[in-house]
Design a protein around this ligand. Sequence first.
Ligand SMILES: [Zn+2]
Ligand SMILES: [Zn+2]
Length: 250
Amino acid sequence: MNELWQSLVAGRSDFVLFGLSSTMVVTVSFLIGALVSWRIEINAGLKKHKLQPRKSNSAGEWLHCIRHIFFHKLTSEIPLTIGAFPVFAALGIAKDAPLPGVLSIVVTLVISFVIEDAWHYFAHRALHGKWAYKTIHHVHHKYVTPFGPAANYAHPLETLFTGFGTLLAVIIVRPHLFTLLIWVAVRQWQAISVHIGYHLPWRPSRFIPFLGGARFHDRHHERFTCNYAPTFVWWDRLLGTADEKGFTRG
Ligand SMILES: [Zn+2]
Ligand SMILES: [Zn+2]
């Protein structure tokens, strides 16, 4: 594995390693997440797990959402991610073998999620201020009944503002490039998973305490003024914005 990795990174520029590779990983992760969401949506056996069973989004709505996201990716997210490569290079992110061990990767990911969640909670609450909501955040709230890819349906300024949390975790933790690429992929899937609109039996929140999951964020889309954090429940509980009424354990 170490030899394979070294052959992949040897001689490559920072632009390719930090700019292009992270952009490609985020985009491919989005596509995989959108496909899995669609498979769940068309599986009749899973309908009983739908969080808002009386409302659903048409295929046309899915297409509109995906088209919007790709336009948004091409005009803001991809140029920004590619443009951020000097930041990664300046941080001195390690890129050569040996690769970090599994425990090191898991610990790095957990710390990154804690940092990102804190940034995202306060940024998201700020976006619910009168001016910011009317100007920026209302775009993300188009879907009262969210579905996987709707995670990325947002105003470009929101992507920049809340998305900074993903970068902030990298700035603080300074992971190896291999872990960084896993982080951006897992963060993308996590965002899609909380918008999926289903309370699935195999959800991670069933096994990991303090994870909000789809049910927690779905309620934010339904009621607007609660459950601002994307990953953990502690900020909302601590600051009195959690709405978990009717949630049974697990
Ligand atoms: Zn959302
Ligand atoms: Zn919101």
